[in-house]
Design a protein around this ligand. Structure first.
Ligand SMILES: [Zn+2]
Length: 403
């Protein structure tokens, strides 16, 4: 059980013990930084709970595990606005060189991590929101079936064409995920679904990814579910920081904290899961970003320049933000977050530089204030439906005031 949850031996043991003893509460929170294995653990927990043999080994032959391994089990629901495009592109590239079942599973799971968020059950009554998605979902289903073991893989040329089409369809589908948080009707539909009897007769699982993005009305609707929990249904919330959830919701969840696996822990994931040579990528984030379409190098230089200008008291905010803004607007949706990461990195490099020098009073405090502002902007970007233009301007104004 939890064989593929790397770098968290104690957590894996705790979860396995809770499943074995039937001592798992209906509300769980998996909190921790990005790329720390929270969704992997949630999907594995869902499989472990419904394994018919009880052991839930990775290659378990029971019908429930087979269906969970391909993320197609009808008693698992996945909501939250995350597209997994980088993982999907990474897996597609791996499949070009390596046709092993592990890689085929990885690609099919990456596709389903996206498509499961469009389950008709979730969108009941809001069909206009996903009009046009049906065709894309069907295409992605066909591609997955052709790639999923034990199907015989097609010839190189046909497979290559399929991979190109698959990525294109997934990109199109990702634009149909709701922007501006998780809407209330998704939670209401989940509430309705969780009170119906399970199609397999076993337990049901609802995974709420990026739960900090629940809109206020959605969070309140979810609180109502937790106050009168349906029988035999497990809700697993995934969030970067637990403090971002309502205290009334938090008090009803058992928290499992996923620690940062650190560079050496992530090297193990990069080697074992993604089969990367040791040391080539420092962190999983770096590897994934290489599939994001973001010009990381240019982003890094632009962020460093902005930081330096603000720190040196440059006042022309228009010229300050024009270059970062162009990069962000031209790039994929996560560009703004990546820019903030690079800005933080520039700030930390600056802090290191002054560490052993006497820069007079107030400099360290100035760095701290700037760091806080960058992190707050990151939260704003994630939680509210603000344009990058507005966020960048606010960020620069606030940073200038803090210097
Ligand atoms: Zn099983």
């Amino acid at each position: 059980m939890f064989d593929n949850l790397l770098g968290h031996p104690v957590l894996a043991q705790e979860l396995a013990a809770a499943v074995a003893s039937g001592n798992l509460p209906g509300g769980l929170l998996f909190s921790g930084p990005d790329f720390s294995g929270k969704l992997t653990a949630a999907l594995e927990l869902s499989r472990a709970l419904s394994c018919r043999k009880g052991q839930a080994e990775w290659n378990c032959s029971c019908s429930s595990c087979r269906s969970h391994r391909l993320l197609e089990h009808p008693d698992m629901m996945l909501i939250g606005n995350r597209a997994h495009l980088e993982e999907l592109r990474a897996a597609a590239e791996m499949l070009r060189a390596d046709h092993s079942p592990a890689v085929r599973y990885m690609l099919v799971r990456a596709v389903r991590k996206l498509t499961r968020r469009f389950d008709p059950v979730l969108w009941e009554g809001a069909n206009d929101r996903i009009r046009g998605a049906a065709g894309l979902l069907e295409e992605l289903m066909d591609h997955s079936e052709a790639i999923a073991p034990p199907a015989e893989l097609e010839s190189e040329a046909i497979l290559e064409k399929r991979l190109t089409n698959l990525i294109e369809s997934a990109e199109k589908l990702s634009t149909r995920l709701p922007t501006g948080g998780i809407p209330v009707h998704l939670v209401r539909n989940v509430a309705f679904w969780s009170r119906m009897s399970a199609s397999s007769g076993g337990p049901k699982t609802v995974i709420i990814d990026r739960a900090q993005q629940l809109q206020t009305s959605a969070a309140n609707a979810f609180l109502k579910i937790l106050e009168e929990p349906p029988t035999d249904t497990f809700f697993i919330l995934i969030a970067r920081e637990r403090s971002r959830l309502l205290p009334t919701i938090l008090s009803r969840l058992r928290n499992y904290e996923f620690a940062d696996r650190g560079s050496s822990g992530e090297q193990e994931v990069l080697a074992r899961v993604f089969r990367r040579e040791p040391g080539y990528y420092h962190r999983i984030r770096d590897y994934m970003h290489s599939f994001s379409g973001i010009d990381r190098d240019r982003m890094q230089k632009t962020a460093a320049r902005l930081f330096e200008s603000v720190f040196n008291g440059e006042k022309q905010s228009g010229t300050l933000i024009s270059e970062p803004l162009r990069l962000i607007q031209e790039g994929p949706p996560q560009s703004f977050q990546v820019f903030l990461e690079e800005l933080l990195a520039a700030l930390e490099a600056g802090m290191k530089q002054i560490e052993n020098q006497d820069f007079g009073p107030g400099v360290v405090e100035r760095f701290d204030r700037m760091k806080r502002i960058i992190m707050e902007t990151g939260r704003m970007a994630e939680s509210y439906n603000q344009t990058p233009e507005f966020l960048s301007e606010t960020l620069v104004y606030r940073l200038r005031d803090a210097v």
